[in-house]
Design a protein around this ligand. Sequence first.
Ligand code: NDP
Length: 316
Amino acid sequence: MSAPMPIPFVSQSDPAAVASWLQALRAAMPEEEIIAFSELDEDQRAQCRVAIVANPDPAQLKLLPQLQWVHSVWAGVERLVADLGQSDLQITRLVDPRLAATMAEAVLAWTLYLHRDMPHYARQQQARQWRPLDYVLPEQRRVAILGLGALGEAAAVALRQARFPVLGWSRSARNVPDVRTCSGMDGLAEMLAQTDILVCLLPLTAETRGLLDAVRLALLPPQAQLINFARGPIINDEALREALDAGRLRHAVLDVFATEPLPPEAWPWSHPAVTVLPHCSAPTDSGTASAIVAANIRRYRNTGEIAANVDLKRGY
Ligand code: NDP
């Protein structure tokens, strides 16, 4: 049986990544005709109602006159929101329990890295210093998570299992077992003042851009530490550098940056209180992601229902 319309895969990724996505998507929905955008002919473009995307060129999406629905294989959608915000398109982003588990593992790993003072011991080794620090129990190390969505909640659960007291902040009120949650700007200020390790898992939106500025970073207790696994521009770069230079912040683990790859001349590379990671905290699993996209597309084929989960006005 031939599919009612082809589904383009629209992406600015390199050809090897595009080929690998096409293979995973076709394996997950053999009943569909999934075609790289560049391979579509004029007639096929005119039929497409759904596009699967990974960082698409918005100009290519505009060449699909019947397009209704854009399904991303990525979790972060700030570029899609910026590019498609004025359109009537429905947008679905990836919500994948495998991705959440991978992120939760990363948050736990790098929280333990900071909790057990690994950057400090690495520096001591370089200086051939034999000097144990006082041991701090996880119960005495307060970890706060900005963003209690699919990823933040999974991270909170993993941290609770490791016995850290966990605080969490979101836009609307959230209930996570054994986690002290709060929302709103007053809630944020109160939470920052009680945070030893701050983990950022917010989407980048008009509201969260520059959220961690000099004033908010100064609310953290002296020697607090920071993990940013969300998006670079949520933290004001200069304010972060000043707080680290002054020793008010003890260490920052940064996986995400305003410009990626991080340019060789960028200050975080050589700052002694920064660990630079190459946006690797939670890579998408193309197998599980494709299975989720396939299930959403099958539902659409069977019922006409579009599993949109991005609010263009809210920005995430
Ligand atoms: P969700 O949309 O599920 O969760 C976002 C959370 O942030 C929600 O709790 C939301 O509040 C909260 N939030 C949003 N805006 C505000 C605000 N203005 N004030 C307070 N809280 C706010 O997203 P995910 O958990 O799936 O992903 C989070 C981000 O992680 C992605 O947007 C992406 O940028 C990043 N990411 C990074 C990866 C990496 O490898 N480094 C991999 C994958 C994603 P509410 O609950 O009220 O809606």
